[in-house]
Ligand binder design. Structure first.
Ligand code: KIV
Ligand code: ZN
Length: 513
């Protein structure tokens, strides 16, 4: 009988802490529900002591998630452990995850302690957390750079105290697969009570080896893998769970383990998380990138037509990616739109049908036919935008001359008034529009990032623009989707302007109090 690998998702903790803008309670719950539907075994949903917002979202998830065990992070500090337990008190059962650095570098230069003090803190904290739950996980932060004698010693002590899961993080993504698996091998050979716990790994991707390291750890006995969907996380990110899950499935011949994941939910969950977190998925990303199952060269296309297995190691349907289906037109009703969303696995809570239907009609008028991937894109752009916005686009026109100037003219509805401005620049049509918008709003907007991606396939693709701007020392994200990329870029900036406007309203209220 093959062994099961427990899948521990930390998208809402390690993943979320790396986002430019933190997620709302509702958005976090939406992600948690999606992870639950995917069959994730344990989800780490926050670090409750870190902020009241985090505490609240952990509470809300604890109340609403039934099938997946939830977990919260705490330092080896009593008030952290109390906060974690309190935030999760409404859950049927929960895990407390405590962590403490064990490498000499972290102990000396970050914690300014000695190793004996660290061992004592770890033991005391495991004992303290056990007052709230019998499911305590202990993480040796920076284990990848920890002396093996020290690592084995502290692991034995915390297992003795009652920690059921021991996590070995490669916190800075420093190790190579052979080196990392030798750490796991040593733990199994040298820690006498290791059989009383599950050995878990948590890899970061600084050298691009997070998935490789996690798989090599499985080969040496690790039975819990920690990571995030789409590999979100600090710096270069965490282990991309969808990659580990599919490697376990596709290479069961050599790995000999299995997971309880519902593979056909992977694509949908990846999409939801990408949209809510405003983190586009690179097109060549393994498993969930838009090119992951497309074949470009003639030889490959010919090979796939003769037999898919020539160039495909897994069927796209395995991760829930359906064949492109047609076809909705402007004559299709709301029920048809909802039916397609149901078919793609989305629940009512994932999107707003009224907003989706109205953007669908606009797109259908422009494009004629609307595909299922168009609907998916529209649905999530809508979740990012409020219904009643202060600024909305009334009209724009641009003229661009090769090697010359671009001129834009914009009419922007501001509240109930239309304002018109124009601008000329040598930096292209988008810049000309952005300058005209700046002249209207007079916000001090500095563009930091501009990303354009095709949503959909071939000539039918929609353009999606994601931008990041700075205004008065705050960062704002904007997203726009349209058949015309200049319009998508304009909508992305208007999305930002509305977000700035809302923040300014709150600031004004606070000032008047
Ligand atoms: O990367 C890390 O070491 C962590 C710990 C808190 C587990 O995220
Ligand atoms: Zn981490």
């Amino acid at each position: 009988m093959n062994a099961r690998v427990i899948i521990f998702d930390t998208t809402l903790r390690d993943g979320e802490q790396a986002l430019q803008a933190s997620l709302s309670v509702k958005e976090k719950l939406q992600i948690a529900l999606s992870l639950e539907k995917t069959g994730i075994d344990i989800m780490e949903v926050g670090f409750p002591i870190s902020s009241p917002g985090d505490f609240k979202s952990v509470q809300s998830i604890a109340k609403n998630i039934k099938d997946t065990k939830i977990c919260s992070l705490a330092r080896c500090v009593k008030k952290d452990i109390d906060a974690a337990a309190e935030a999760m008190s409404l859950a049927k059962n929960f895990r407390i995850h405590i962590f403490l650095a064990t490498s000499t570098l972290h102990i000396k230069s970050k914690l300014r302690k000695n190793f004996n003090e660290i061992v004592e803190m770890a033991i005391d904290s495991v004992r303290y957390a056990l007052r709230y739950t019998d499911d305590v996980e202990f993480s040796c932060e920076d284990a990848g750079r920890t002396n093996k004698d020290d690592l084995c010693y502290i692991i034995e002590k915390v297992i003795n105290e009652g920690a059921k899961t021991i996590n070995i993080p490669d916190t800075v993504g420093y190790t190579t697969p052979r080196e990392f698996s030798s750490i796991i091998k040593d733990i199994f050979e040298r820690v006498p009570n290791v059989h009383k716990s599950i050995i878990s790994v948590h890899c970061h991707n600084d050298l691009g080896m997070a998935v490789g390291n996690s798989i090599s750890a499985i080969e040496y006995g690790a039975r819990q893998i920690e990571g995030t969907i789409n590999g979100l996380g600090e710096r270069a990110g965490n282990t991309a769970l969808e990659e580990v899950i599919m490697a376990i499935k596709v290479r069961k011949d050599i790995l000999g383990v299995y997971t309880n994941i519902k593979h056909h939910e992977i694509y949908r969950t990846s999409q939801i998380i990408s949209h809510i977190c405003n983190m586009p998925i690179p097109s060549n990303k393994a498993i969930v990138g838009s090119n992951a199952f497309s074949h470009s060269s003639g030889i490959h296309q010919d090979g796939v037509l003769k037999n898919r297995e020539n160039y495909e190691i897994m069927a796209p349907s395995l991760i829930g990616l359906k064949e492109v289906k047609l076809n909705l037109t402007s004559r299709s009703g709301r029920a048809a739109v909802k039916h397609y969303m149901d078919e793609m696995g989305y629940k009512d809570i994932d999107y707003n049908i009224n907003e989706l239907y109205s953007s669908f009609l606009k797109l259908a008028d422009k494009k004629g036919q609307v595909f299922d991937y168009d609907l998916e894109a529209l649905a999530f752009i809508n979740t990012q935008q409020e219904k009643m916005e202060y600024f909305s686009l009334h009209f724009f026109s641009v003229q661009s001359v090769y090697n010359g100037l671009s001129t834009a003219s914009v009419k922007l509805l501001c509240g109930s008034k239309i304002h018109t401005e124009s601008s000329t620049t040598s930096n292209g049509p988008v810049n000309a529009i952005y300058q005209a918008l700046n002249r209207i709003t007079k916000y001090n907007v500095i563009l930091k990032k501009f990303q354009l991606a095709a949503k959909g396939q071939g000539k039918d693709a929609l353009g999606q623009v994601d931008i990041l701007v700075e205004c008065d020392n705050r960062k704002f994200h904007g997203i726009g989707l349209a058949t015309d990329i200049i319009e998508a870029a304009t909508q992305a900036m208007i999305n930002v302007l509305n977000n700035i406007w809302k923040v300014k309203q709150v600031d004004k209220k606070l000032k008047n109090k």
